[in-house]
Design a protein around this ligand. Sequence first.
Ligand SMILES: *[C@@H]1O[C@H](CO)[C@@H](O)[C@H](O)[C@H]1NC(C)=O
Ligand SMILES: *[C@@H]1O[C@H](CO)[C@@H](O)[C@H](O)[C@H]1NC(C)=O
Length: 131
Amino acid sequence: MAIPKNIFLVIIGFLATFSIVLAKPGIASFYNSSYVPSKCYGTKPQGDLVAKVGSKSLWDGGAICGKKFNVTCTGETNKYLLHPCTGKSVVVKIVDYCPECTADATFYLPEKAFETISMVMAFEVKIDYVQ
Ligand SMILES: *[C@@H]1O[C@H](CO)[C@@H](O)[C@H](O)[C@H]1NC(C)=O
Ligand SMILES: *[C@@H]1O[C@H](CO)[C@@H](O)[C@H](O)[C@H]1NC(C)=O
C-alpha cells in the first residue's frame, strides 16, 4: 500500500516546515551592565541566563516577561569580523526592556551568555530564536 507511506512523508514534511517557521531571525548583542533591577522582576535576580528585549513590539508592554528563548548565532552582521559563531545555543529568560540600548538588537545578553554563542569581539550577531 503506497498511500499510507505517502501520508507519513507528508506529515514528516509538515513537521519539518513547522519547526523552521517557529525559529525567527533577529540580532543579538551583549550588554554587560547589571540585569538587576529589571522591569519584569524588580530587585529579584534571575541568574546569568537572562536577556533584555530591544524591540518595543516584541516587548509588548511586558507580556514577554519570563518567556525563555533558545538563541542560536547564525552569522556576522558586518564584514569586519567574519564567522563569529561558536556553534552553540543558549537559552535565556526575558527580564527587561532596554529602549536605551543602542545596538538596535532584538535581544541583549550578558557577556557570559553572549560568549556562549559568539566571540564577544563581534559585539552583535545574527541569530535565530525559538521560544
Ligand atoms: C562583564 O561583566 C562581568 C561580570 O560582572 C565581568 O567579570 C567582566 O569583566 C565584564 N566584562 C567587560 C568587558 O566589561
Ligand atoms: C536550541 O536550538 C539548537 C539549534 O536548533 C538545538 O540544537 C538545541 O538542541 C536547542 N536547545 C534547546 C535547549 O532546546
